[in-house]
Design a protein around this ligand. Structure first.
Ligand SMILES: Nc1ncnc2c1ncn2[C@@H]1O[C@H](COP(=O)(O)OP(=O)(O)O)[C@@H](O)[C@H]1O
Ligand SMILES: [Mg+2]
Length: 146
């Protein structure tokens, strides 16, 4: 059965720029899953997507600066769940992101996060502002049995 949401209120979380905070992402994904009656697979995908994007926000964006925060916002609308992860960093050049599937990159341990992310959620986009970088994610909730 297809889920359909009335536009829900936006929920916001503020995460300190410490790498230990990533341990909380699984719990947060479970809470989101409960709130929107998501499947186990959807919850796992959200947990990985949050771990990758919040990890990037803490490490690359905020550079573990304790004064800077990571802001997570999520809401549901129609058949989709929207998740934004915003940091307070200077951003980056999207055109310089390497393709981890190329032969010269295949053995590299780093540089897989954004690639994985694109396979976990239905839409990924980035926006850059003087206040920081935001990753916008959309997950369409087609079928709860998937
Ligand atoms: N929020 C961010 N702020 C600044 N740079 C970022 C951010 N997210 C990603 N990047 C840049 O994109 C690159 C690729 O990210 P990713 O695929 O997650 O690989 P990794 O984190 O392993 O380097 C990072 O190395 C970094 O240079
Ligand atoms: Mg990463």
């Amino acid at each position: 059965m297809k889920q359909f949401f009335k536009t829900s209120e936006r929920r916001r979380y503020e995460i300190p720029s410490r790498i230990q905070e990533l341990q909380r992402m699984e719990h947060l994904a479970k809470a989101i899953g409960k709130q929107y009656s998501l499947s186990q697979d959807q919850i796992i995908n959200i947990a990985i997507a949050l771990t990758e994007t919040v990890g990037n926000a803490i490490l690359h964006g905020n550079k573990e600066d304790p004064k800077k925060k990571v802001h997570i916002t999520f809401w549901a609308k129609g058949d989709a769940l929207y998740i934004n992860v915003q940091d307070e960093g200077k951003g980056f050049d999207l055109s310089k992101i390497e393709d981890p599937t190329l032969p010269e990159n295949i053995m590299k341990e780093r540089g897989r996060g954004i690639f994985i992310l694109k396979n976990l959620v239905d839409e990924v986009s980035f926006s850059f502002s003087p206040h920081g970088t935001t990753v916008h994610m959309v997950m369409r909730l087609r079928d709860k049995t998937s």
